[in-house]
Ligand binder design. Sequence first.
Ligand code: MV4
Length: 503
Amino acid sequence: MIQKVLVANRGEIAVRIIRSCREMGIESVAVYSDADRSAMHVRYADEAYRLGPAPSTQSYLNIDAILSIAKKSGAHAIHPGYGFLSENADFANRIREAGLIFIGPSAEAIDAMGDKMRARALMQKAGVPIVPGTSALAEDEDEIKKMATQIGYPVMIKASAGGGGKGMRLINNEKELINGVRRAKSEAQTAFGNDAVYLEKYLLEPHHIEYQIMADNFGNVVHLYERECSVQRRHQKVVEETPSPFLTPQLREQMAQQAIAAAKSVNYSGAGTIEFLVDRDRNFYFLEMNTRLQVEHPITERVTGFDLVKAQIQVARNEPLSFGQKDVKQIGHAIECRIYAEDPTHNFVPSPGLVKHISEPLGLGVRTDGYVYEGYEIPMYYDPLISKLIVWAPTRKAAIQRMKRALYEYKITGVKTNIAFVQKIMEANDFVEGNYNTHFIANNFDFLMQPDSNCGDCEDIAMIMAFLDYQNKQNKRHDFARQRQTGQSNWKNVGRLFRHNPY
Ligand code: MV4
């Protein structure tokens, strides 16, 4: 039924999906923009087809182009990955109308969970706790004021068509309310073409904890435990871990049951994630449901041992899940650091460009899901994620030590990265003690932005590379070759030189 899959994505997730396809004996079809002509997913796939120019709207968001290639290549199914069209109900519908299989949930489930007010109403009906708040806001300003007073300030205004932090506005008192609602509606109309907004009680210092769900077409819904995702910068997750150091065993089980109830309430099929906010008194509330595989899925794969992409394809093949709830255990502790081509010293501005050198960590309990290689040009058009560094160890303390070791080994020159930033996160007391929430980065920003002692190595490497480039440009290749013949390593000498006498 599914022997050839078109991967409608790029970067690390496209490589990740192609790997599972190859292990399943399924042919893979890559699609690429002009900026991705020499990208790793193009090399790894069995076939590759050009989508169009670099801008996403003309390539990875171009439904007609993707469907045309699916037809031309004879693909049986399309995997959307995450981002791009992965939560676009119209894309799912058009794939099925074309007689192909969309590897994901029904368009109805995507639609329902994409409308945040509708999702809240569905969850409330299913008995899943939601944040105290309103459904659709009244037009009348006095009515809105009454609602906000009933909820209690501070309140959050949220866009129904928003999500992931987009279209949110914090209101501290009644004076800010009406103007805040007007602006939130206007911004929502501009951003999403839908001005519907609603109010929620603002939860102080919450944790952002999500549950992985896997469901098949036969009513089987299994949870694969939680991921702690509170280390975020401007709604961009940076570090995720499982198990969460904040959950008690009882709370873990309670939330798991509610996650399953949430999935069942929309007849969910495939991989999905139920996001919760957990306040400092350990009350938990449904936040959003993501109807796609998430960036941070590998930490769940590592502690449970299940390949979630394979499970997605098996469900899309209309097979029952190959595992039941009794087969899902949390073994050990896994942490993921997202490695971005961005410059923390310049407000995390993206840092596309030529990768001059990359050496990735290996060794016991280390996995990197990436797509960047030496000589690759990181394009400016897309998300600056270079890779995810995932480590596993028997305990949280050992996992942090292993992550610090792996980050120390991770060397990338030619572009700026956030490696030094995430190294500091691993050293921060609140993180090490497991005593942090969604305010962690804001509360520790000065410490996290301190120049890192380890970073000297990165500078050495960069300087060595610069020196070697200089030397080569001075046509001193023969010197280098001669030194190699005499066994006198240029690298060691240069490294020693720079380590103690930086410019
Ligand atoms: C909230 C909240 C506190 N109270 N809602 C929604 C989208 C998700 N990415 C973050 N969201 C939040 N919703 C209520 N009623 C706190 C968050 C939140 C957050 C908010 C602002 C800045 C960073 C944040 C990180 C995680 C969670």
